[in-house]
Design a protein around this ligand. Structure first.
Ligand code: AQP
Length: 329
């Protein structure tokens, strides 16, 4: 039986955070045996917010190295850079023509990001149609992402269904896959907001490439409350977030963690959490250093990945062009 297909991607719009790791990357690895996986570094998405070209180049190779350091295996998964497979942008254009403007304007991420810039560029608005193209290009069955991407995934499903009913059955309608724990890791400083790599406040996130000391310090500085009891409740959002991080690294349930810290203060809890995170990330951080310095290996991975992805993407795009009435090339 043919394996079901999984697609996901991460933007090289900065250095990856613990949120990206818990909500997405750490889950990619376990899917490799059961599914036919494609994992992409979505640089075309990253430029919807200005990126210094030299930073984008560095971050793209950093993300690729983090994929590999986390355990993505190029023998099992197709690992590639989005801009190396032009079919993404080509399909994105076609999908733009069947996507209502109002739907794009209602996307939460568009509203958030456009409120932070003086002049809103069209790319930011069209981000979700490109994301739909990424997913639909490979006839993906499942998309492992954090919960913040749910709205975009729903739009992708709408676009697929709209295309299928307008031009006849073409796309698989994909389903979201979110982790049970950690689908939305919150900022360490403002726990009502998502932990985000583009935040201006360095203490709000832990980067996968932070040093062990920085990691410890950021956890110790994390905002909690004055209640003083380790509890997993919406009334204590800072603590709830830290317990979620603890749970995702140890596999313990929030209830077990709360029980373990009964009558114990926040200081000890934070010290323990800091060690758990530092230990948990150590193998990845060590492997990253080795992989990142091997330019030849990285080039081999992304070139072979792009070839495989391009082959699959061309098949879908040909079908789309034919159905829309384009003359065959
Ligand atoms: N805080 C989070 N908790 C859980 N999952 C998260 N993800 C992002 N932040 C969290 C998931 O990581 C994957 C890659 O995200 P992305 O880089 O493509 O875009 P994003 O969701 O916009 O992530 P950031 O860190 O907030 O980037 P910027 O600041 O550039 O916008 C996705 O699966 C996402 O759900």
């Amino acid at each position: 039986m043919e394996k079901k297909r999984v697609f996901s991607g991460i933007q090289p719009s900065g250095s990856l955070t613990l949120g990206n790791y818990i909500g997405a990357l750490s889950n990619f690895v376990g899917l490799q045996e059961e599914y036919d996986c494609l994992y992409c570094i979505v640089d075309l998405h990253a430029i919807t917010v200005f990126q210094e070209p030299k930073d984008l180049r560095k971050n793209t190779l950093d993300v690729l190295s983090l994929y590999l350091a986390a355990g993505l295996d190029p023998e099992k998964s197709t690992i590639f850079i989005q801009s190396h497979v032009p079919q993404h942008a080509e399909l994105g254009w076609c999908l733009n023509t069947i996507t209502p403007l109002g739907q794009l304007q209602r996307m939460t991420q568009f509203k958030d990001k456009s409120s932070k810039t003086k002049e809103v560029d069209a790319g930011l608005l069209n981000y979700p149609t490109l994301m739909a193209a990424d997913i639909l290009l490979y006839q993906s069955d499942f998309v492992p992402v954090g919960i913040d991407q749910k709205q975009h995934l729903e739009l992708t499903r709408d676009i697929a269904q709209r295309f299928n009913s307008k031009y006849s059955d073409t796309f698989v309608v994909p389903e979201i896959m979110t982790p049970k724990v950690g689908a939305k890791i919150m900022s360490l400083q403002e726990p009502e907001y998502k932990m985000s790599k583009s935040s201006d406040n360095k203490d709000s996130y832990i980067l996968l490439l932070d040093s062990e000391d920085e990691t410890r310090k950021k956890i110790k500085k994390a905002v909690t409350d004055s209640i003083g009891v380790v509890n997993y409740t919406d009334d204590q959002p800072g603590l709830k977030n830290l317990i979620t991080i603890y749970s995702s690294f140890t596999g313990k349930t929030p209830e077990e963690i709360v029980k373990d810290y009964e009558n114990i203060g926040y200081g000890v809890f934070k010290d323990d959490l800091a060690e758990i995170v530092v230990e948990g990330l150590r193998p990845l951080r060590t492997r990253f250093e080795e992989i990142r310095s091997d330019k030849e290996y990285l080039e081999k991975v992304y070139k072979e990945g792009a070839q495989k992805a391009s082959y699959l993407g061309t098949k879908t795009l040909r079908k789309v062009h034919k159905k829309m009435g384009f003359i065959a090339r």
